[in-house]
Structure formats: structure tokens, C-alpha cells
Design a binder for this molecule. Sequence first.
Ligand code: NAP
Length: 370
Amino acid sequence: MNKNRREFFKNAGMTGAALLTVSGIDHVAQGQTVTPQLFPHRILGTGKNAFEVSALGFGVMGMSYNRGIHPDKPALIKLLRQAVDRGVTLFDTAEIYGPFVNEQLAGEALSQFKNKISVTTKFGHEIINRKGTGKQNSRPENIRKVAEESLKRLKIEVIDLFYQHRFDPNVSIEDVAGTVKELIKEGKVKHFGLCEVSAQTIRRAHAVQPVTAIQSEYHLMHRDVEKEILPVCEELGIGFVPYSPLNRGFLGGDITEYTKFDSGNDNRNTLPRFTPEAIRANLRIVEELHQFGRTRGITAAQVALAWLLAQKSWIVPIPGTTKLSHLEENLHAAEIAFSPEELRKIETAVSKKEIVGDRYPAEQQKQVGH
Ligand SMILES: NC(=O)c1ccc[n+]([C@@H]2O[C@H](COP(=O)([O-])OP(=O)(O)OC[C@H]3O[C@@H](n4cnc5c(N)ncnc54)[C@H](OP(=O)(O)O)[C@@H]3O)[C@@H](O)[C@H]2O)c1
């Protein structure tokens, strides 16, 4: 066993990663043969509903939606394939991202790896004339329609994990779970997930169709899920996928009060936590991450991701990026382990700072937590 391999096994053991497999896929990218990499795996869900994935996934959304300017399509496709080469097996998208174009991008870049990696997607936003209306639509016929269309856009035969994106007040969660259960029986979907729902909704859905993963916002600046959601996941054997694990890039430390968010394609300029005043105040939190990381030779983003990974062995964050350097930086977080004292230290330092600005504007906040 060479030194790198030994180091990797040692570090993966330290992170409590559930499994460690050779997950990188040997393929020819841009004319170069890439050597498979070792990357720790984790398991979302339990029993028949278990879903094994890389310990860190890749959030595809920001490559074309809500995160401003981005590289051109060939560069994005190359980066997604570089993530596969580095052992990422979980890629996350949704019908609403674009709409449609983000799923198309994932399909074009990743369908050649089907059965080796997974692209998860989501249904439930109402889309009319290729535009999200801001309303929900989880009626059974719409869930079925989205499944068929997503399969085509992703160029796959089965969706490994299909999430309801937002709770629909007009459709009972039992009907939603029942429809996904039928899609599973028909072989079009493998696993069921929900986003930003209450513990009560998780229990009701799980009684009809066991849930494999809850995907909700979770990071050092938003820890609400620790109260009820993580305990219910633990009790029912459901995995957890923190979205926006870097608080939409903020915890990475590149954003300042002078950062301009593209008004056409970046929702951060609508979020109260991203006004110049809120950013200026909240940078005190990022400085704590920098301070903590400096003495350990790691970056603020790595502190944020390693902290999430340390919370539970069934947590799989899905950071998004448009840069190879950030991808590699983020993946290294899976090699970092903190002692209980270190975890307490960073949590105490962050909790002493007031967080300025809500995470969502009032209208979007009304759609979560049901
Ligand atoms: N279920 C839901 O309702 C929901 C909602 C939102 C998001 N999501 C999912 O979660 C995924 C990630 O969410 P997100 O994009 O909102 O947030 P995120 O992963 O917290 O942040 C992404 C941003 O961070 C920057 N970044 C990444 N690595 C960095 C690093 N090491 N240092 C500094 N900056 C870094 C990226 O910019 P660069 O391109 O410059 O790296 C990008 O703008 C999405 O792709 C989507 O799949 C789900």
C-alpha cells in the first residue's frame, strides 16, 4: 500500500465514513486517462431503502441557476466529469433549476456514467411556459409527468432518488408518497426524498413509502434541523443531505459587502442575509472559521464542510461550485476530523456572533417547514 493510499484509509477512518471504496471511474476525459481515486462513502436511509453515495455530493444547481455568472457549457461538463474522476457519486439537480437546463446539463455530462454514479432530482414546483410560478404542484399526475420528463433530460432509465422539492398545501403528503411508491414499483424511481418539511410530515410520508433522505438547509449559520428533523431522521433511519452547506458560498470567505450578485440569475440579491449590511456583520462568523482553520492548515470552506460531516455518519453535504480548485478544496473536507473539543470550540465561537438577516424573504419562508 503506498503512502497516499495509507493516509487516505487512516483519514477516512477518522472521519467515521461509513464505507470506503474505489469509487472514481476510470475514464478518458479530454483525451487523458484518469486514475480512479479513493473517496469515502456514506449510506443514506436504511434496509431496502439504503442508498450508498460518496460522503460529499455535488450540487449542480449553481452551474446554471441562482448563482450568477458561470463558465460555458463545455467547461461545466468537464468539471462535472472531473468530480466523477475524483470519486463523487452523488449529483443533485431539479426540474425547476433553469427550469430544465440544469437537468439537461447533468444529463449531457453524466449519463455516460449511469449505474456508477447517481443524479438525484426533484419535483413539485409549478412551471408554466418554462417559468416557475412560485406555486407548488405535487398532484400525482404532475409528479408522474416530471418523472418521465426528468428521465429524458437526464438520459437515464431510473431516478435513483426523487425528492418533493417543496410541500404542496393542496395535496396530502400521503398522496405524494403513494405516487412515488407507484413509480418505485414501476421501476422509474429507486428512492424517495423530501425537502424542508416538518417532522410530522416526514413521519406521515415515511408510513406510506419509506423515505431515504431529507434535503434541507443546514450549516453553521442555520442549525434549525438539529431540533426536530435530525432526531426524527435518526429514529426512522433516514439520511440527511444538507443543501447550501456553505450558506450559498458565504462560509467559503470569498463574498464581501462589495460582491455584486447578477440580478438576472442570482437569487442571493433577494435574500435578507446577503444585503451589504448583513454581509458586513456576518463576516465576523467567517473570520472565526478562518481563525480556526489557520492553525490547522485548512480553509474556511473545509471547516464548514468537515463540521457538517462530523455531525452524523449519515449526513452527505452537496456543495456546488464552478471551479476545479474549489471542488478539490471541498472534497478534502472528507479527510478532516475534529475532536469533540474542537467541534465545541468552533460552535461556541460561531454562536457568540449574532446572525444578521433572515435566510429567506417572507414569501419563500412560508413554503418551508410544513
Ligand atoms: N432542496 C432545496 O430546496 C435546495 C435549495 C438550494 C440548493 N439546493 C441544492 O444544494 C446545492 C448547493 O447549494 P448552493 O449552491 O445554494 O450553496 P453552497 O454549496 O453552499 O454554495 C455554492 C457557492 O459557494 C461557492 N463555493 C464553493 N466552494 C467554495 C470554496 N471552497 N470556497 C469559496 N466559495 C466556494 C460557489 O462558487 P464557485 O462557483 O466560485 O466555487 C457557489 O457560488 C445546489 O446545487 C442544489 O443542488 C437545494
